[in-house]
Design a protein around this ligand. Structure first.
Ligand code: GZL
Length: 351
């Protein structure tokens, strides 16, 4: 009898040890059961960037390269898609083949994405969208960017208040748009036009300057030939277009800025543009913050820990002017200070 009890005890002990061993080893498997959480080594990130068209883009790229660095635990595969949508889709598909842990996309155009995002989903590779929007698919875990329509509304509201404060009775705007199909272009155009329609302004013309300095100059040269003496405002949908527009107006003998005949504003607010605002060459600039990468790093680190993340994260931005005659504007019920650009403001610009 005693022998039987001993055998049973030995069997129970062996089974207990076996079960313990299996539980420990299966725990290790769970953390890598294809749910894409990393096993603690380098995080492979593929970034399909729009291109290299503007100072804003350069700041965005530098921010990503410094954030997704080896010392921060990343292996970054960066592709400059040169404003070519086919190249961008190809880059994302290559990232899938290379079995990236995460894919980051700044979409050149806001449509044409559902098929490739479905392929990412099938490959269990989370996608984070930054900056511009994707409007024909929501198969991404998070978007970190700017509210472009609000930027356009802010520009319109500031201009309405500024014209009133300066006693300008008739606002006759020209617009130099960003790249066709970009959500930044669509939002800024929509927002500004909403205010223009409310104020009864006639937008004389609105053409694509492709977010580049050359593009801004070419469009402004055409405007100066077609509309010289008929316009008193130029809305440039990014800083680089404004630089080109200034060159064109200089060449055409059109004065602009605080002491000129034409009010000129830009979007983005890189340091060079803010300096031009301080100098009165630009009347105002409406910031679009390019430094999304640190926020994307936070999103990825949360996902690595299996934590949930916000679907939409908006960048903090401000609006800056040379003169302090418009202290604030109200957008969608929220009042925003207009920053008067001083030496100190300029010195503290991050990019
Ligand atoms: C906006 C960004 C735009 C910038 C341009 O978030 O996508 O693209 O306004 C850049 O400078 O080219």
């Amino acid at each position: 009898m005693k022998t039987k009890i001993k055998r049973l005890a030995a069997l129970l002990l062996a089974l207990t040890m076996l079960f313990t061993l299996v539980a420990c080893s299966s725990g290790g498997d769970d953390t890598n059961s294809g749910d894409n959480t990393n096993s603690g080594d380098t995080i492979k990130v593929g970034f399909a960037q729009v291109g290299h068209e503007s100072d804003w883009r350069t700041a965005s790229t530098k921010s990503a390269q410094s954030t997704f660095s080896a010392e921060n635990g990343y292996e970054l595969s960066f592709v400059d898609c040169d404003n070519n949508t086919a190249r961008q889709l190809e880059a994302v598909r290559n990232f899938i083949q290379q079995k990236m842990d995460y894919i980051i996309i700044d979409p050149i155009a806001d449509t044409g994405w559902d098929t490739v995002l479905t392929e990412c989903e099938d490959a269990k590779i989370p996608v984070v969208v930054i900056d511009r929007n994707i409007t024909d698919s929501d198969k991404y875990v998070s978007w970190v960017g700017s509210d472009f329509k609000t930027e356009g509304l802010a520009c319109g509201e500031w201009l309405a208040a500024y014209a009133k404060a300066k006693g300008i009775s008739e606002v006759k705007p020209l617009v130099i748009e960003g790249s066709t199909g970009a959500s930044a272009t669509n939002g800024r155009t929509e927002g500004f036009k909403e205010i223009a329609d409310r104020e009864g302004w006639t937008i004389i013309d609105s053409q694509n300057g492709d977010f580049t300095e050359d593009g801004g100059q070419e469009v402004m040269e055409s405007y100066c030939q077609s509309y010289k003496g008929q316009f008193n405002v130029v809305i440039c949908q990014n800083d680089n277009e404004a630089y080109g527009a200034m060159t064109a107006m200089d060449n055409a003998g059109v004065t602009y800025g605080v002491d000129g005949d034409v009010i000129i504003v830009s979007f983005d607010s890189n340091k060079r543009a803010v300096e031009l605002v301080k100098d009165g060459k630009l009347n105002a600039t409406f910031e679009c913050n390019p430094l999304a990468a640190p926020t994307v790093d936070e999103v990825i680190k949360k996902l690595e820990k299996g934590e949930s993340v916000e679907k939409e994260i908006y960048m903090k931005e401000s609006w800056l002017a040379n003169e302090d005659i418009v202290p604030s504007i109200t957008i969608n019920g929220t009042t925003h200070e207009i920053i008067h650009v001083t030496d100190e403001v300029l010195a503290n610009r991050a990019y």
